[in-house]
Design a binder for this molecule. Structure first.
Ligand SMILES: Nc1ncnc2c1ncn2[C@@H]1O[C@H](COP(=O)(O)OP(=O)(O)OP(=O)(O)O)[C@@H](O)[C@H]1O
Ligand SMILES: [Mg+2]
Length: 353
């Protein structure tokens, strides 16, 4: 990135390394059918300058978690409990007015759906330039130049002309890139990227991923990266969080989790996702059963109704006792460490080759 808008390391992190620290987060929605427990006791950390990857089936709470970090949940229909500490400041209790100042500047999000972020009524250029003017005090001309620069960076052809287009004049992939330009325009300290490159072709995807790496190198930004693509995860993320039913079931460095996963759900997930460089001889195996109801989550371990290894745990612990996720490299499962290792090596690993 060529335009420096803030000095690296302006503010010292509060913890040793943790830039964002989420503790026991619970997000509930009141619906006609009852209370949806979309996030149910989730804790994780993101270090400054590092990328946390989040994986999990559809409906596991990835987007809700991250929208809540940005304060974008609707307070009328949802309740949020727990702590979201950004450099020690609790975003759960931060007033909306102050959140508005943080959003787009210090924290930014690339949304799963570009139409959530882009307004049909303003030109793409204006939508990129406005947060820049607001947060940096740049002039109209400077902000327009910055918008053109950002459009160039995300690979929009003829950026000097396209800057005056409206979102509907852009193709789907171009809208996605325009939204990425909008998220990156103020060089955020924390960037949340929710499936940022799903709609893009491989070349553009590589270009966007490089752009995110540049942002991180230059500004030491922390990134939360949500994707279903394991190749992208292993390329981008330092740490990995596996989510199921609004909770974290496994956590560790990307290397550790992808090489030696310990939770039956992670085993299922990895067997059901295409692997970069993996052989094509092993068929993808979908996880049997369907994701649990969030209105009436199963007792004990939320994964136990679908788990093929629960018989190896003595008694009915899996259906009665919620397994805890320890600190650091951890998995929330009642199997012993030895069982996890043996099952992985004997049964799971051969499937992943
Ligand atoms: N406003 C809402 N009201 C009620 N339920 C909601 C609301 N928003 C999300 N949910 C529910 O919360 C759960 C988690 O949704 P979320 O969007 O976080 O899933 P996700 O992990 O991002 O899935 P995907 O991979 O499909 O994007 C889902 O069951 C969803 O239906
Ligand atoms: Mg989502």
């Amino acid at each position: 990135m060529t335009t420096l808008t803030k000095t690296e390391g302006e503010k010292a992190p509060t913890g040793p390394d943790s830039f964002l620290s989420v503790r026991d987060l619970r997000v509930r929605f009141s619906t006609e059918d009852g209370i949806v427990k979309a996030v149910d006791g989730l804790s994780f950390d993101v270090e400054r300058g590092k990328t946390l990857g989040i994986v999990g089936e559809s409906g596991s709470g990835k987007s809700v978690t991250n929208l809540t970090v940005l304060g974008l949940h609707n307070p009328k229909t949802s309740t949020v409990e727990g702590e979201i500490l950004l450099e020690g400041q609790d975003l759960v209790t931060t007033p909306e007015k102050e959140m508005e100042k943080l959003r787009g500047n210090k924290v930014a999000m690339i949304f799963q759906d570009p139409l959530t972020a882009l307004s049909p009524y303003y030109t793409v250029g204006r939508q990129i330039a406005e947060p820049y003017m607001k947060h940096t005090g740049a002039s109209k001309k400077e902000a327009r130049d910055r918008a053109i620069e950002m459009l160039t960076k995300v690979g929009i052809p003829q950026p000097k002309t396209r800057v005056d287009d409206y979102p509907h004049q852009f193709s789907g992939g171009m809208r996605q890139r325009a939204m990425i330009a909008m998220a990156l325009v103020c060089d955020p300290d924390l960037l949340i990227a929710d499936e940022p490159t799903t709609a893009l072709d491989v070349t553009v995807q590589a270009q966007i991923l490089d752009l995110l790496k540049d942002l991180q190198q230059e500004f030491g930004s922390a990134i939360i990266f949500i994707t279903h693509d394991l190749g992208v995860i292993s390329d981008m993320a330092d740490d990995l969080l596996v989510m199921y039913s609004g909770r974290a079931v496994e956590r560790g460095s990307v290397r550790e989790v992808l090489r030696a996963p310990r939770h039956p759900y992670t085993w299922g997930l990895l067997s059901s996702m295409p692997r970069l460089g993996g052989s094509t001889s092993q068929p993808l195996m979908p996880i049997p059963g369907s994701p649990p109801s969030l209105l009436n989550p199963p007792s004990g371990c939320p994964f136990h109704p679908r788990c093929t290894f629960k018989d190896q745990v003595s008694g009915d612990r899996c259906s009665t006792e919620r397994p805890a996720l320890g600190e650091g490299r951890a998995s929330a499962c009642h199997l012993t460490a030895e069982q996890k290792q043996t099952i992985f090596i004997d049964t799971i690993q051969p499937r992943l080759r």
